[in-house]
Design a protein around this ligand. Structure first.
Ligand SMILES: [Zn+2]
Ligand SMILES: [Zn+2]
Length: 137
């Protein structure tokens, strides 16, 4: 998403854009985006300062940190970005900042469910699917 600081009206402007997660290279071992990322930016300009209030949402697949199963989750985040208007470089590319904000807000230990029982430490079976028979539980 790019904004041209010369073309922001006094009352601000709203931009909507969809981009593919692959464009921003967002997938990690535990998080995969499985659909387009929708971004809506409310852009305002006052004197030389550009404010961007951005809401992002996208469907994603996360791997549970306890049982390792993938589950559907959604990414929703509101971020605020600030830039200085620069006459020499009027085009601001938001993508690097959007990418960084998304990656910083990944859940560190995603859980398929707060009550997830995880895997048996002995035999590795999924304890959410019933007790295991190795005798450790
Ligand atoms: Zn789990
Ligand atoms: Zn077991």
């Amino acid at each position: 998403m790019k904004i041209d600081t010369r073309q922001i009206p006094a009352l601000g402007v709203i931009l909507s854009e969809e981009f593919s997660p692959a464009e921003l290279d967002l997938d990690t071992e535990t998080i995969k985006f499985c659909g387009p990322i929708r971004a809506k930016a409310v852009i305002s300009k006052s004197y030389n300062a550009i404010g961007v209030s951005l809401s992002l949402n996208a469907p994603m697949l996360a791997s549970c940190s306890r049982c390792l199963q993938e589950f559907n989750a959604s990414f929703n985040r509101q971020i605020e970005l600030h830039y200085a208007a620069d006459k020499l470089e009027p085009i601001i590319d938001l993508d690097p900042d959007i990418r960084e904000e998304i990656i910083l807000s990944y859940p560190i230990n995603p859980l398929c469910n707060d009550a997830c029982k995880g895997l048996c430490p002995k035999c590795g079976c999924n304890l959410n699917e019933g007790g295991c028979h190795c005798g450790s539980t």
